[in-house]
Design a protein around this ligand. Structure first.
Ligand code: UDP
Length: 380
């Protein structure tokens, strides 16, 4: 690598999963790494901590369930934390009744008051489907084509309006296709072969990833452009548009607000209850102790979750990727591509709705590509 030299430190902005995995991979290869993190903790939005009143491990920024089909990623996280078996099941209140999500044969039969078998349910939904002219582009077209109007309106329309602050017709179909539709009684939320939750929480897992003599982490340290001086390379895992000072406008992100409350005993009987009706202002309620069924807690702590547009100073959670926002995103992405000495990574840095396992996979690949380019004498 030309320029600032091999010996100098690599700077990573953000100590979430992406920054930690890239840092560890580089440190294992002998590179000195400095990681700056604006918040007072590592692990980004998968940060967990014990609730001081109840002792329950809380997913501070909302529920994070680890699931993957990638054996290397599964081995990686297990090397840093003991994972306990956990099968995520979600319930949803729609039109005043409780149903199982994702939509499965039980949901279909209970919602319509039927006793359909799998093939009958397929035919039943196919008869309700409203296919469009071409391949579905938007969330709404995709949902209507797959499920028909009654299920779309009960389970997806109101929730999606609340979660994303816009009409499902303006969102990409990829958001809907995160959820399966099943014609059997399997009500597991995820279909991946590997799933679990870290016994000591995600923050302990990320702290273990960062625990390497070649890595120094500075918390409460927002990025400042002067930090670039002397850095051999920068990995930016903050919001893509923030790197450019939002100079062409702001990409839309959603942020979340949580209303905490406690209860003695079991308040809702499951980890996550979604509220699909538009008239209920929150999207879901999380009862954190159900994420650790191996622990015993009499008291319970719950978070009622509200979504809103992220303004300056808010923590960004979800890139919105409005169909109408594509030109602005393309502009920032092209400039990021052209930037030398900086790599953009992670959910915020690439402005994509990445799951944790994908963030880890991409971070491993990014670090390895960087090391390979450097070994080949190229400037990454
Ligand atoms: N969704 C919905 N109703 C639900 C659950 C999900 O409409 O009860 C839609 C909503 O648009 C959501 C998307 O499906 O943003 C993806 O859901 P997922 O559970 O993957 O969201 P996350 O847990 O990542 O917030």
């Amino acid at each position: 690598m030309k320029g600032r030299g091999l010996g100098s430190e690599v700077l990573i902005v953000g100590a979430g999963l992406t920054g930690a995995v890239i840092g560890r991979e580089l440190a294992e290869a002998g590179q000195k790494v400095r990681i700056v993190e604006a918040r007072p903790h590592v692990a980004g939005n998968c940060h967990t901590e014990r609730d001081p009143e109840t002792g329950v491990m809380v997913h501070v920024y909302g529920p994070h369930i680890f699931h993957t089909g990638d054996p290397e990623v599964w081995a990686y996280v297990n090397a840093h934390q003991r994972f306990r078996p956990y099968a995520h099941r979600v319930r949803a209140v729609a039109a005043g009744r409780v149903h199982a999500l994702p939509i499965n044969l039980l949901t279909i039969n209970q919602f319509f008051g039927e006793t359909l078998r799998p093939d009958e349910a397929r035919a039943f939904l196919a008869a309700q489907a409203e296919p469009g002219d071409g391949p579905p582009v938007s969330f709404e077209e995709c949902a209507l084509g797959m499920l028909g109007r009654p299920l779309y309106e009960a389970f997806f329309k109101g929730y999606t309006q609340k979660q994303w602050g816009c009409e499902p017709a303006d969102l990409p179909a990829s958001i809907l296709t995160r959820l399966p539709v099943r014609f059997d009684y399997n009500d597991a939320y995820f279909s991946h072969p590997f799933q679990g939750l870290p016994e000591g929480g995600y923050t302990a897992m990320v702290a273990s990833i960062l625990d390497h003599p070649g890595i120094r982490v500075e918390l409460n340290t927002p990025y400042d452009p002067s930090m670039r001086a002397g850095a051999a390379h920068v990995f930016w895992s903050g919001p893509l548009d923030a790197w450019f000072g939002h100079d062409r406008g702001r990409l839309a992100y959603r942020t979340l607000d949580f209303e905490r409350f406690t209860h003695r005993g079991d308040w809702q009987g499951c980890a996550v209850m979604n509220y699909c009706d538009a008239g209920v202002p929150w999207t879901r309620i999380t009862e954190h102790k159900h994420f650790a069924p191996w622990e015993n807690h009499d008291s319970s702590v719950l978070y009622r979750e509200y979504s809103r547009a992220a303004g300056p100073g808010d923590i960004p959670y979800y890139p919105v990727r409005l169909v109408a926002e594509k030109a602005l995103l393309r502009d920032y992405a092209a400039r990021a591509e052209a930037e030398t000495g900086v790599s953009f990574a992670g959910r915020l840095g690439s402005y994509r709705y990445l799951d944790m396992d994908v963030a880890i996979r991409e971070a491993l690949d990014t670090a390895r590509a960087f090391l390979a380019a450097r070994a080949a004498g190229l400037k990454p």
